[in-house]
Design a protein around this ligand. Structure first.
Ligand code: ASP
Ligand code: MG
Length: 450
């Protein structure tokens, strides 16, 4: 049994859906379970609809056009469409506290529509398939609307339901991204949550593999828009992929958790190139047996904020970091990198929300401190779980940056933990291209052979 998840970009139009059906057909012997996202851009449009920014017919027409192009019958979505019509009316005037709940309900329609259309098309192509809303096969979550967590108690139910569908030789086409809380309200798992749904189902039934299909190559050694000779990475470890999840929007950050727990490999595949093996994410032990490459890729994230708190009072004091992090926790600011000296702490975050409030409070609480924020910064990160065994790698990194032309690249902050799955540093946004190019050229030539 395998779980195949198709993202919105693979479901952009009738032509892409035909390709998806072709890919599924070629894998029927593996007993696939299919998980689908909403069609490309539909989730955004549903959000706009809930704010009354677009007309309802925009959503209706996108789906009707695809149905027509696939020569399917419009009635397959009429029930869901009328339900959506009733649901969105009145959303803008709801009291604030009910809005997240209402938004989850409205955006759930993207996946509910796409699952119905994809399964009907599979039927038309002679594949026995059926659409399921994830909660109808047992996916229960807590009531954290917009970022709900699946409840473990629903796993055995999902297992039972899915296995009984598979036994009937039906390909289930399951809605990604959505669930239901115990009160029966529809919830969502957070943006890009369909990957997470796929891995939850895989964990429930102990699938052989999870396949995440999208419209681009697997994981690359660097952003191909920056590095022309960036190459696809065949294998990557769970830890490396978890680091990478922060930098690329390839998958929902929690996607890998379930697969790590159950040791289920995850494969990243391209619907435009379905015969390519893509990138497989597996445990380090297996990769080592096959000859692991130490440096896997160079990634970056732009538009982060670099905060520095300097205070002589930090000298020889305990509890100082606690004070700082309590403020970040209060404002729900997620910290990514951290570096400290005797009198200063530097951290990065990518969220602007409440940042100024937190800074004000830090200045107030830590008397005599100087709190600074630098915008338009970027983290550049070299990822590789076995880089810890390379002596001289840091030297190569900093030499490459120093020798980059026309002048060396200024590094604002550096972080490398003891486990050393990555080495990360901060530069100005505008230096990212140069830094990534220089590092790819130096490191990938030298440090990629096992
Ligand atoms: N449709 C949802 C989103 O756009 C979930 C997903 O695509 O995985 O976030
Ligand atoms: Mg998506």
């Amino acid at each position: 049994m395998i779980v195949m998840k198709f993202g919105g970009s693979s479901l952009r139009n009738a032509g892409r859906i035909k390709q998806v059906a072709h890919i599924i057909k070629g894998r029927l012997s593996l007993s696939p379970m299919v998980v689908v996202s909403a069609f490309d851009g539909v989730t955004e449009k549903l959000i706009a609809l809930s704010h009354n920014k677009i007309h309802f017919s925009v959503i209706e027409n996108i789906h009707k056009k695809i149905i027509k192009d696939l020569s399917l019958d419009e009635t397959i979505i009429s029930g869901v469409i009328s339900e959506l019509k009733c649901s969105y009316k009145g959303s803008p005037s709801l009291p604030l506290r009910d809005k997240p709940k209402q938004l989850d309900k409205i955006i759930s329609f993207g996946e509910r529509l796409s699952a119905r259309i994809v399964s009907s098309y599979l039927n038309q192509k002679g594949i026995k398939a059926q659409a399921f809303d994830a909660y109808d096969i047992g996916l229960l979550t807590d009531s954290h609307f917009g970022q709900a967590s699946p409840l473990k108690e629903s796993y055995p139910v999902i297992k039972k339901e899915v296995l009984s569908i598979i036994r009937k030789k039906i390909v289930p086409v399951i809605t990604g991204f959505i669930g239901r809380d115990k009160q029966g309200n529809i919830t969502t798992l957070g943006r890009n949550g369909s990957d997470y749904t796929a891995t939850i189902i895989a964990a429930c039934i102990n699938a052989r593999e999870v396949q995440l299909w999208s419209d681009s190559e697997g994981i690359m050694s660097a952003d191909p828009r920056i590095v022309k000779d960036a190459r696809p990475i065949e294998q990557i470890t769970f830890d490396e992929a978890s680091e990478l999840a922060y930098y690329s929007r390839r998958f929902h950050p929690l996607t890998l958790l379930e697969c790590i727990r159950k040791n289920i490999p995850v494969r990243i595949l391209n619907t435009y190139n379905p015969t390519s093996a893509g990138t497989i994410i597996r445990p380090l032990s297996i990769l080592r047996r096959e000859g692991n490459r130490p440096v896997k890729c160079i990634v970056y994230k732009k538009d982060i904020f670099l905060l520095t708190i300097t205070s002589p009072r930090m000298l020889m004091q305990y509890g100082f970091l606690e004070k700082i992090f309590k403020v970040f926790a209060k404002y729900k600011i997620i910290i990514d990198m951290i570096a400290t000296s005797e009198i200063s702490v530097s951290v990065t975050t990518d969220r602007k929300y409440h940042l100024n409030l937190a800074l004000e409070e830090l200045s107030r609480r830590i008397i005599g401190s100087d709190v600074k924020i630098k915008e338009k910064q970027a983290i550049v990160c070299v990822i590789g779980q076995d880089i810890k065994y390379l002596s001289g790698l840091s030297g190569d990194i900093f030499m490459a940056l120093k020798q980059s032309r026309p002048g060396g690249i200024d590094i604002k902050m550096i972080s490398q933990g003891y486990t050393r799955t990555n080495i990360a540093f901060v530069v100005d946004n505008c230096e990212v291209r140069r830094a990534v190019k220089a590092l790819h050229k130096t490191l990938l030539a030298k440090w990629t052979t096992p």
